[in-house]
Design a binder for this molecule. Sequence first.
Ligand code: FES
Ligand SMILES: [Fe+2]
Length: 465
Amino acid sequence: MADGGVNHEKGSARAPGPTLHEQLLADPTRPPWPLLVEAPAYLGDDDISYSVYTSEEHFRAEFDHMWSKTWQWACHVEHIPETGDYYVYDVGPHSALIVRGEDGAINAFYNACMHRGTQLRPPGSCGFANQLKCPFHGWTWSLDGELVDLPDRWDFPHVGDDTHRLPRLPVAVFSGFVWINFDPDAEPLSSYVGVLADHFTEFGFEDRYIETHVRKKLPCNWKAAIEAFLEAYHVRETHASGQLGDEVTTQYDVFPPNVSRFIHTIALDSPQRPAPRTEEEIFANMLRGVPVESRPKLPDGMRARDAWAKIVQRDMSSRYGHDFTHLSESITLDSIEYFLFPNAFFFPGLSLPMVYRFRPDADDIDVSWFDLLILRPRPAHGEVPPPPEVIELDVDDSYTVASGLGPLGRVYDQDTSNMKAQTRGFRSSRKKGQTLGNYQEVRARHLQQRVREHLRAGGFTADPT
Ligand code: FES
Ligand SMILES: [Fe+2]
């Protein structure tokens, strides 16, 4: 149904102007094939009840039926490079002890003693151990989970090596990260990741190292935190003062059941601006962080996007010792963001190379934890730096104090202030649910629907939507 040139057919409306797909095809360099795939989805337009953020029953049901059944990355392979290296991954009441075994393979165990349940290693810890010894009575397991020492064994004739080895949980390596699932009957990660298995072959995540790792406590429910990053609709208002605010062409995709994506252009003009900008103006905007005296001139006849991509490629080539000058403008510049349900984001772009992970706080429904990693290409020569210390930020700490984020620090701060206001509004609103855009906010609906499917499969049906 058309009205004044606006298409109101549900789910089919798009912003005026060229699509992102058309813009990518207009670039001088063809992007990797996954960026040319389009997978729009219309998933309905009912309001999402605020109770999914505020109900304690819902919060606990998520731990019981969703976090216990889904694949999550626990650490990077470089966190546990040698036999005996371990890393503890926790989400709510669930805890996994990930260990590099004697044969170099990665094992994952439920982090609880087979004697009286004590956690073998503290939450969030990592380190090295020859054996896994419980701090309470000293029962000890090998790195492969075999019970190798039981003090006063004479008192435990009912304990056998078979009955009391450490139970394993599913573990797999993908894109340079170690993934676990607390469900012993989980489907393989290789099928869970869906299209990522093919798309990520183009991006070389396993050839990157962690340059920066920030962990921030966020003042909102984990779903609201994730949703703040699933759409670019907020960019024009929330990030109006920065470079991000000038681009609005975004493509949103859903690849059921577990993957969604957006691709958001950089250094192109917005058809929604009342007066179009010149290429010189767009170029000047991209150069704002460069000292005036060293700003290059836009070559005659060249688009700002193409010139800026060349500058970024040359800079990255000299910093990381690889030749990036053959890369497409899109993979060099654009904000390309894959989401794998329930909590992982991967950005394959050269200049926006982030990985995110969000987790609920174990006790507070209005608190979540955000791991923000910057990945870089492994240097062509020389040592790969080991994973850096985590920069811990409390709820009121600004991202700008974290070195390594550069101008992105301010952008993330702007997102955080929305989270506080939204969380208060969940409870002060007269209207009891949020209304989502059919296209630009479809990924938030996808997240909500996946959570609901897990809760319903687990028998939890108290959510009213
Ligand atoms: S609880 Fe672990 S040895 Fe006793
Ligand atoms: Fe944002």
